[in-house]
Design a protein around this ligand. Structure first.
Ligand code: NDP
Length: 514
């Protein structure tokens, strides 16, 4: 087994790579509009309820038509997963890991094709889509190796006369409920971590990106995953998702999404149902209101660059995206003007155009919500750039910056999940840290500073799950930056880290007297 390494990103300045990506886009375009079935236990199922998946860059373009499940089919999926669990849990950890390694190899071969699906279905720019696919490959390579490590003999204190062993065994059937914003990476990570640990799952993908999730099901089938281990059940979260969450046979729920839905799932899962024999385990990774703190003594170019990348990459639709800049008053005006200048140069347009910086936001719901927040921002701060819709036949929004926003303002406190940043001035580094910690979230944060004492203080006091110094606050790499947040940002599961698989196992100790 070769040592784990991150999948490299594609260099699109190389013409050959650009051509290969264009070819992948053309291939995917030739496949648009197809119908996608529900998959339960290897059976392909159509229903009367069809959902069109739309290209957010061009709302007239239909990516695919997805058959949506209802409660009856969710029940069928649950029963199928329960049955499959009885045999899948007996597969050796090596055999389970091999499925992930094989799936990673297939995905690597189809890398650009999957990225192209994300360009068209999720509105990701070429590099953002490429990073998403690379991360999906990483998750499988990493979790496969992690399961091998967990299946080794675990260190216990020796006791003469006894043979003691600790085994990490699976939990049962899990409901996997991912978000649309990393439609491949997060969905793949959540699904494959659960199954490599020996569980079986029902995947209820995020509705805007059902097609990408289906394409991954094809990979799992090609990799030889037994039918019923992963069941693909698209449908409305409120209906199909909740049914799975409440089901007495659901052993765990792996959720990534908004705070509101995460809290609801946590509450529903806490209530035991008739026939339920366990406490459901809830892994919930939720929203953020991530701040970049900029100190008086810092590299301002680096700060401006980190802010623009963190705030506007994928139109700010990352849980880790910078949505607040808290800058020391000594450099506030200069920093603001550099960030505004850089932001004005950003190009908004169709995600398939390789020259754009920002694509669209995901759907009409997000579009309207972000525009509403921009209106709120106009009452709470000084509009520096952006401030509304951008042109195009899709959900395009201008990258928007507000200055002089109070740390308690709504746009400083509530997750907007779009290309909107609020600048707040602080009198001192201590006050900046205080402002940074004053939300209910605690996901990512960054400090741009040359002051060693300030960095050390932030290391202790900036209360976020992923803290970055002198770099952007997005772009966590599997194995390198285990990812998860504090407070209302979730359960701090640290996806892509060495603690993650433990969440989908239970440790059994067997002690035999000799
Ligand atoms: P949502 O919470 O709207 O949806 C997430 C998933 O939950 C979807 O599959 C959705 O299905 C489903 N769902 C919705 N309602 C229910 C319900 N009542 N019961 C069960 N399932 C339900 O989030 P988004 O998809 O809009 O994703 C964006 C959010 O995700 C942001 O808040 C972002 O910060 C967060 N996020 C957090 C990450 C982290 O690691 N902390 C990483 C990435 C995103 P449907 O689509 O059908 O509604």
């Amino acid at each position: 087994m070769i040592e784990y390494r991150n999948e490299p990103f594609t260099d699109f300045s190389v013409e050959e790579n650009r051509k290969a990506f264009e070819a992948a886009l053309a291939k995917v375009r030739s496949e648009l509009g197809k119908e996608y079935d529900i998959i339960i236990g290897g059976e392909f199922i159509k229903t009367d309820r069809k959902l069109k998946s739309i290209n957010p860059s061009n709302v007239d373009e239909v990516i695919g038509v997805v058959n949506e499940a209802n409660e009856e089919l969710a029940e069928k999926a649950m029963q199928t997963a329960l049955k499959a669990f009885e045999s899948w849990k007996k597969y050796s950890p090596e055999a389970r890991a091999r499925v992930l390694f094989k799936a990673a190899a297939i995905l690597r071969r189809k890398k650009h094709e999957f990225s192209a699906w994300m360009v068209l279905e999720a509105g990701k720019s070429w590099p953002e889509a490429d990073a998403d696919t690379a991360e999906a490959i990483d998750f499988m390579e990493f979790y496969g190796r992690e399961m091998l490590r967990l299946s080794e003999r675990q260190p216990l204190t020796p006791l003469p006369g006894e043979d003691n062993n600790l085994y990490y065994i699976p939990l049962g059937v899990g409901a996997i409920i991912p978000p649309w914003n990393f439609p491949l990476a997060i969905m793949v990570g959540m699904t494959t971590s659960a199954i490599v640990a020996g569980n079986t799952v029902v995947v209820k993908p995020a509705s805007p990106t059902n097609v990408i999730a289906y394409k991954f099901m094809e990979i799992l089938m090609e990799a030889g995953l037994p039918a019923g281990v992963v069941n693909y059940v698209p449908g409305p979260g409120r209906e199909v998702g909740e049914y799975l969450v409440k089901h007495p046979k659901t052993r765990f729920i792996s959720f990534t999404g908004s705070k509101e839905v995460g809290l609801r799932i946590n509450e529903l899962a806490a209530k035991p149902q008739p026939g339920q024999k366990w406490l459901k385990r809830v892994v919930a990774e939720m929203g953020g209101k991530d701040a970049i703190v900029v100190d008086a003594d810092c590299d301002l170019d680096l700060a401006a660059d980190a802010i623009v990348k963190s705030a506007f990459g994928f139109s700010g639709q990352k849980c880790s995206a910078c949505s607040r800049v808290i800058a020391h008053e000594a450099i506030y005006d200069e920093l603001l003007s550099r960030v505004v200048e850089k932001t004005k140069k950003l190009k908004v347009g169709e995600a398939s155009d390789p020259t754009i910086d920002l694509g669209p936001v995901i759907d009409d719901k997000a579009y309207n919500k972000i525009l509403e927040y921009i209106e709120i921002g106009k009452g709470e701060g000084r509009l520096m750039t952006g401030g509304g819709k951008a042109e195009g036949n899709g959900y395009f929004i201008q990258p928007t910056i507000f200055a002089d926003v109070a740390p308690t303002a709504r746009i400083s406190q509530e997750e907007i999940f779009g290309p909107v940043v609020a600048f707040t001035k602080a009198k001192s580094f201590d006050e900046a840290l205080e402002f940074a910690n004053n939300t209910e979230f605690g996901l990512t944060g960054a400090v741009i500073s040359r002051n060693r004492a300030h960095l050390e203080k932030a290391r202790e006091e900036f209360h976020v799950g992923n803290l970055y110094f002198n770099r952007k606050c997005t772009g966590a790499l599997v194995g390198v930056h285990p990812f998860g947040g504090f407070n209302m940002s979730g359960t701090d599961s640290k996806a892509g880290g060495r603690d993650y698989l433990l969440l989908f196992t239970q440790a059994k100790l067997v002690s035999e007297a000799f």
